[in-house]
Design a protein around this ligand. Structure first.
Ligand SMILES: NC(=O)c1ccc[n+]([C@@H]2O[C@H](COP(=O)([O-])OP(=O)(O)OC[C@H]3O[C@@H](n4cnc5c(N)ncnc54)[C@H](O)[C@@H]3O)[C@@H](O)[C@H]2O)c1
Length: 261
């Protein structure tokens, strides 16, 4: 298990269901966590994760609110060692998406990652274990029907991660991205009416694990990437996708035997 004792992490977009698993993994590894989101941390989540997890309302598209987040985090915990850029919008109408929505989505999904890291940079550089983990997705590498904006944002994040890693290496800051496959999340909970078994059944043909992942499983990968256990890892995109990215159009079905049928 990753050891993050004494480290302080900011998790943007941390109020959502998937992020809860990420925060619990970081907190259990010993990190103090500041959850930065426009949504409240519902259901007593902060309390259930202990005194070392605090919530601060932050819109990551507003530079003033980012500055206040950084200031409050340093005041409360004395520094910043880890930034997890998880906040995202699924705003996407494919070809029909108009310029203003493109720009909004790019702002939330991509540009805000840069601005949060810009504000945190002096503290990450001062840390003995500065680490940034950017959330991208399996959607960065495949075409998905009716989706143009979200996959483009996620693909850009893979490249942004390389650029950040390159230019921050001299500051001792490692930068990696994580690409979840389908992960049990608010949108799945809403769309399936809370039916995890049905969701797993839909996901099974395109995940080698035969199911959706858990936020906590993704969180374990994030905690590893944030920790000294990953000291040799930077500029990498880590799949946390149940094997989704290994599958081709043949899925996991023996195709050649079908020639003899
Ligand atoms: N759900 C999946 O299966 C899946 C798969 C691959 C990757 N991901 C990635 O994981 C992350 C979480 O996905 P999710 O499905 O839980 O998404 P979600 O929509 O449930 O959560 C996104 C969070 O970001 C917050 N947010 C949005 N705009 C913000 C802003 N301006 N400032 C601060 N916070 C803001 C929202 O309030 C929300 O809490 C995203 O980066 C997503 O791309 C998810």
């Amino acid at each position: 298990m990753a050891d993050l004792t004494g480290r302080t992490a900011i998790v943007t977009g941390g109020a959502t269901l998937l992020a809860h698993g990420v925060i619990s993994a970081l907190a259990q590894a010993g990190a103090r966590v500041v959850v930065a989101d426009i949504d409240e941390l519902g259901g007593g989540a902060a309390e259930s994760l202990g005194a070392e997890v605090v919530y601060r309302r932050t819109d990551v598209t507003k530079d003033g609110e980012i500055a206040a987040l950084i200031e409050a985090t340093v005041e409360r915990f004395g520094g910043i060692d880890i930034v997890v850029n998880l906040a995202a919008t699924y705003l996407d109408e494919g070809f029909a998406t108009r310029r203003s929505d493109w720009l909004t989505a790019l702002d939330v999904n991509l540009v805000s990652m840069v601005e949060v890291v810009r504000a945190a940079h002096p503290h990450l550089a001062a840390s003995a274990g500065g680490a940034v983990i950017n959330f991208t997705s399996i959607s960065s590498k495949v075409a998905q029907t009716g989706r143009w904006v979200y996959p483009a944002c996620k693909a850009a994040i893979v490249q942004l991660t390389r650029s950040m890693a390159m230019d921050f290496a001299g500051d001792g800051i490692r930068v990696n991205s994580v690409s979840p496959g389908w992960t049990w999340s608010k949108i799945m909970d809403d769309l399936s009416g809370g039916d995890r078994a049905k969701t797993d059944k839909v996901a099974a043909p395109f995940h080698l694990t035969g199911r959706v992942g858990d936020g906590r499983e993704v969180g374990e990968v994030v905690a590893f990437l944030a920790s000294d256990a990953a000291s040799v890892v930077t500029a990498a995109d880590w799949a946390a996708d149940g094997g989704y990215s290994a599958l081709g159009p043949e899925q996991a079905v023996p195709a050649i035997p079908q020639l003899a049928d």
